[in-house]
Design a protein around this ligand. Sequence first.
Ligand SMILES: C=C(O[C@H]1C=CC=C(C(=O)O)[C@@H]1O)C(=O)O
Ligand SMILES: [Mg+2]
Length: 460
Amino acid sequence: MIKVREETLESTLEMAVNSIESSESRLVSFTKKIDEVDALQFFEAGKHLKTNRSFWSSTIDNFTMVGLGSAYLIADEEVNLQTIHKKWNALLHNAIINNNYQTPGTGVTAMGGMAFDPLKARTPLWKKFSKSELRIPEFTLVQDREQAYITYTVMVNKVDNPSEIARYILEKEEILLSHADTTLHDIQVKAREEIQPHQWKNTVGKATQYISSGKADKIVLARELRLKLTEEANVTAVLASLMESQPTSYVFAYEQAGDCFIGATPERLVKVEESQLLSTCLAGTAPRGLNQTEDEKFGYQLLHDKKNLEEHNYVVQMIKGSIQSLCSSIQIPETPVLYKLRNLQHLYTPVHGILKDDYSIFNVIEKLHPTPALGGEPREKAVSFIRENELLDRGWYGAPIGWLDSNQNGEFAVAIRSGLLQGNEASLFAGCGVVKDSDPEEEYEETSLKFLPMLTVLGG
Ligand SMILES: C=C(O[C@H]1C=CC=C(C(=O)O)[C@@H]1O)C(=O)O
Ligand SMILES: [Mg+2]
């Protein structure tokens, strides 16, 4: 990676083009600080570029990232994180980076996600999504509390004209930073179809038998709710509603040729900021009460419920065991606390570690995905059970989604409480941890609650 300190975008591009010797191409990025902007407006204005957009917001940290277009794609029909990691490193090795800031999300940045299980056959539902993808946007906006930055990234080669490229970028920037008209549609759900509810409960029964016979300890099973909407949902409006209704979640969107995977997940998989590593154990669920007394009662019961504590503990033990070799120290509290969302509450245990020098966020994702909050325990047994018995193509649901940058920062969440928007239709996904004491009816109710965050913002 070549770090440069050129004054302007054009001089950076000029330097880059001049540095190219043969037929190779090089990634060039230029970061500048800008006045605070509304990230959702920027996302909406991105429609003018007629390319794929991506959105990430860690509402709790007041950190938002918007990616528009694609300067480079690392897409794979496998989810081999080592290969992706190598490609990312190779790309950065040759990149020319002009970035005077330390803020996470500046410099070369990628946003992406992957399929929950690359071995599960893909159905037409997810046909627009590859098994894994890291997209290096042409325009990346980062809003970190009150500070805003924009990074342009382009691939250049020897014959490119730096001033032409600079002109193109600055013209586009003007459009992106000018006020966009968001037409707020009042969409409604016209029809909904729960996909095979009866069979799903049978599969839960089958999983509990499998567990009782000692073949596994926990298996997470998910199901789908298919919606017809009165009109096509405006992604910006859906994001705005999610940010308002789920302020303690990660709000994300990833567009792919007209389809959009979108959600508000409370579950962090991993955050790396320099050598600091954070992860989250989130499993075990109860509804919110209608008033404070009832809410506290449900919370108290959840904290003392054997079945939910068991669901939770598998996640804690697995995360602890998985990151041990990657960290020089790990801190995990002994007992979970409650994590409250608008429609439900969870058992929550935070994980803090110091990542050893030789490891990056890729190594952590590789170790952690899928945790027993989405797969089960033991992992291989649970994932094969899901592959063979679940009535759903999970696609990117339940898998890591997030971003990383050229300064070893990044964050990935587990893509739950999510849905796939397809024109005026949508599929929502929700799952639950099945253990030996699981009751199919209760698990069914639990998944119904987990549809609510997405269902509500779609007018259902
Ligand atoms: C699989 C989902 O939730 C997981 C995360 C938190 C609590 C869970 C539970 O209590 O079953 C699930 O493991 C989902 O929301 O689709
Ligand atoms: Mg549960």
